[in-house]
Write a protein that binds this ligand. Structure first.
Ligand code: ZN
Length: 320
């Protein structure tokens, strides 16, 4: 079907974060070799943006201890846009040395979540982003800095997070030198009306520098929230294959929207992602085998694609 709605885009990017957000929250430690297979198969299925890990000390997240190796591997695919998460300057220095395309610095708009998760206040994270920007520029590096504002709709520790505080911190990240900003519903508190309101305001502040919507499907509203963000102009979404993951500091949180279901929804709406969903479903089967015993999510893998489904042929040309 052709997308005729003037409010919806003709293309969108699905950024795979299963290797980071997904794997960091489950017990299974996936061997490096299987992660490499995952990256190669995701690329073969048409995915062009992958968050491959996080530069945190291995003792904190042994699941992601091989991030440097995975960055080196992912960079062998010339058209793959490689990102990592970095919690601080130390991690950013590793990301710059590894020549990743983009590093995401998480900031939690919830004071309590920020202290529990990062041991810093949100404003201390903003100051760290300024130091990261200085280090990046001093190194002559091209690595982009994304400031990701998490717990943007509330959190399990603090409860309410004010919209004005989320937007203040987003502006502060841009002022501190973040090249891109994004919003995350870390614990799945958002509904589509909340998403429309907050993302519309965020787009007004950040314009072209607004980068990504990150939705967890904790209460089943992940895809509805993606749709609401699409309507206000967001063009890039994080997703985890098989919806794996959660948040170690947000009890009960399940994973991100599942990559295959998101790619299906977008494709069915005539929005090009460049993703071959059958290839993605085949990869999902392999990952499910590797993660035997873990809770997986998603719907399309059970029912298969509708007979009437025809994905848009075009590959999205959304520049970094
Ligand atoms: Zn997340």
């Amino acid at each position: 079907m052709t997308n005729t709605s003037p409010r919806l885009p003709s293309a969108a990017v699905v950024r795979e974060v299963g290797l980071r957000d997904g794997l960091q929250s489950i017990a299974t430690i996936l061997p490096t070799e299987q992660k490499r297979e995952w990256i190669a198969a995701a690329h073969a299925a048409g995915q062009r943006e992958i968050e491959v890990g996080s530069f945190v000390p291995a003792r904190l997240l042994p699941q992601l201890a091989d991030t440097a190796e995975l960055v080196a591997y992912a960079r062998t695919f010339p058209d793959l846009f490689v990102s990592v998460l970095v919690p601080n300057l130390r991690g950013a220095e590793n990301a710059i040395a590894a020549e990743v395309d983009l590093m995401i610095v998480p900031l939690s708009a919830s004071h309590q979540h920020s202290l529990a998760n990062l041991r810093k206040t949100p404003d201390e994270v903003v100051a760290e982003v300024a130091r990261i920007r200085a280090a990046r520029d001093a190194a002559g590096s091209k690595t982009l800095i994304e400031g990701g504002v998490g717990t943007a709709f509330g959190c399990t520790l603090q409860g309410q997070v004010e919209k004005s505080e989320v937007l203040r911190l987003m502006q502060a990240l841009l002022d501190a030198g973040a090249d891109r900003v994004s919003l995350a519903d870390t614990v799945g508190y958002a509904d589509p009306a909340m998403v429309r309101e907050l993302f519309e305001a965020a787009m007004e502040i950040a314009g072209e520098r607004f980068w990504c919507g990150h939705f967890h499907d904790t209460r089943g509203l992940g895809l509805a929230n993606v749709y609401a963000a699409l309507e206000v102009g967001v063009r890039r979404f994080d997703a985890c294959l098989a919806g794996i993951g959660g948040c170690p500091h947000a009890p009960g949180a399940s994973g991100n929207v599942s990559t295959e279901d998101l790619a299906y929804m977008l494709g069915s709406m005539g929005i090009a992602t460049g993703i071959d969903i059958d290839a993605l479903l085949a990869l999902r089967q392999r990952v499910a085998r590797w993660l035997a015993g873990e809770t997986l999510h998603g719907a399309v893998w059970q029912a298969g694609l509708p007979k009437t489904f025809a994905a848009p042929a075009a590959r999205p040309a959304i520049a970094a």
